[in-house]
Design a protein around this ligand. Sequence first.
Ligand code: ATP
Ligand code: MG
Length: 342
Amino acid sequence: LTDPGALVPVAVAHGDGIGPEIMDATLRVLLAAGARIQPLPIRVGEAVYKEGHTSGFTPDTWDTLRAAGVLLKAPITTPQGGGYKSLNVTLRKTLGLYANVRPCRSYAPFVPTLHPQTDVVIIRENEEDLYAGIEHRQTREVVQCLKLVTRQGCERIVRYAFEYARAHGRKKVTALSKDNIMKLTDGLFHEVYREIGAEYPDIAQEHQIIDIGTARLATRPERYDVIVTLNLYGDIISDVAAEITGSVGLAGSANIGPSFALFEAIHGSAPDIAGQNLANPGGLLQAAVMMLGHLGQHEVAEKVQNAWLRTLEDGVHTPDIAGEHTTQKVGTREFADAVIAR
Ligand code: ATP
Ligand code: MG
């Protein structure tokens, strides 16, 4: 038995762009709330790429990651131009993080949104599809990207979605794909969804084509509960879902594999607002709350979540979510202070 008071090692990547600001804010909140974690900083991202490591990692980083088993990660900037591999894709594939869980809910009336009833969890397949990174140049003017979908990959993500729905008291799992056009790849996903769905008669099920599904998500998000979909579609619709709740800066995500878990905000490194104390740390903080749940520190998770909700309710807002309920428009640092005070 482990000592319940013992500190759990957590690898921490401060990231690029707004990353260091939102990570600093998040860690301050976690430690103030009594999270029993020992942050182990790792160096990844832009600076490491520019030293000539095309994956954005140095080899010793993997040892820290494997020892910790958990990574809290701020967004990373992949430098423009050829030769650099996406660090996010490398992490997901190397660590086998097959499920990407992205809850998006409204904080109405405190955060302005046209869709106050939104409460949807997007479960995105995280290793396959067009993200397998298999691209070829066929001629100077013809290039190709390969869409890889496996039965095993579909089974794992669809089962994960149904199990998630059951464990979290959710009523419906909607599958989104485009199998009217991609009959084999998306067709396989749909077929597996039907097969596995039959094992979950207690959960309502529906399938929609991704285009109309996205349109309805943007206009009537309240009709969705859990969504399961392929990698690229999941990436796009989770930005849509988060943005309609008020800001892409509000949503966190968990990337889950058999022996490793990575927690991050859904947004990118937002270089346009970096270094200006403007970024909303909410997405990374939501990811950190999921991480605390994963580590079994539920009472700390609840404390952080309640303090954060109270801060939003009190109208203490970063600029991206400011509106008629805002009483104080604050920067990243002051927002974290406000959460800690609560
Ligand atoms: P990526 O490909 O890494 O996902 P992206 O092109 O989707 O990147 P983001 O970095 O996610 O872009 O940012 C898109 C815009 O959303 C930013 O320019 C910024 O204005 C806004 N944004 C993103 N995150 C935040 C945040 N935490 N707080 C406030 N605004 C944000
Ligand atoms: Mg993005």
